[in-house]
Design a protein around this ligand. Sequence first.
Ligand SMILES: [Zn+2]
Length: 203
Amino acid sequence: MRAMRKPLTPWILATLLLTALGGLSALLGGQTLSLAAGRPPPAAAANALGQAPAADAVQVLYVGFTPPQGVAQNIVKAIDQAQSEVLVQAYGFTHNAIAQAVVRAHRRGLTVHVLLDQKSESTNRYVIGLFQEAGVSMRMDGAHAIAHNKVIVIDAQVLVTGSFNFTNSAETRNAENVLILRGEALAKTYRDNWQQHWAHARL
Ligand SMILES: [Zn+2]
């Protein structure tokens, strides 16, 4: 099914580019990319966009694009390094290795909740079955035309997001991007939004 793609959260990208990081370096396909630091956007501008400000220092842990393949293994690594909590928000979720990492986090005793798009229940059925079998807490969000977020908030500190659905197609066939970021205020903003969706989703 073709989905309408919204532009990638430009305020976050602007925050990334303009805030606090004096000359950040990010791994980009094996190359090092240096970005000049600038001034953070004024808080009033952030509020005018109706977004919670999240302009604390953000550390870029990973920047990845498909092709080539290799994005999924970095998402797996981030989940495997979780210590207390993994909150997932997914539209498409068919990728076995990412799902297994979520199950491992659950089995390690972490707080793990998975929120999926209700209308994608049939295409996500493999992963849904896996989570049901493992006893992973899960809800379906049917409150929107599509619940199109692709977000993992780890330990209220680390954020995985981008265009990348947690699917085999995203890894092997599509052109996608993923950012893995560490920043407490940024993670809190996403965690708060995740909780709003969780609250109106069904079991
Ligand atoms: Zn929702």
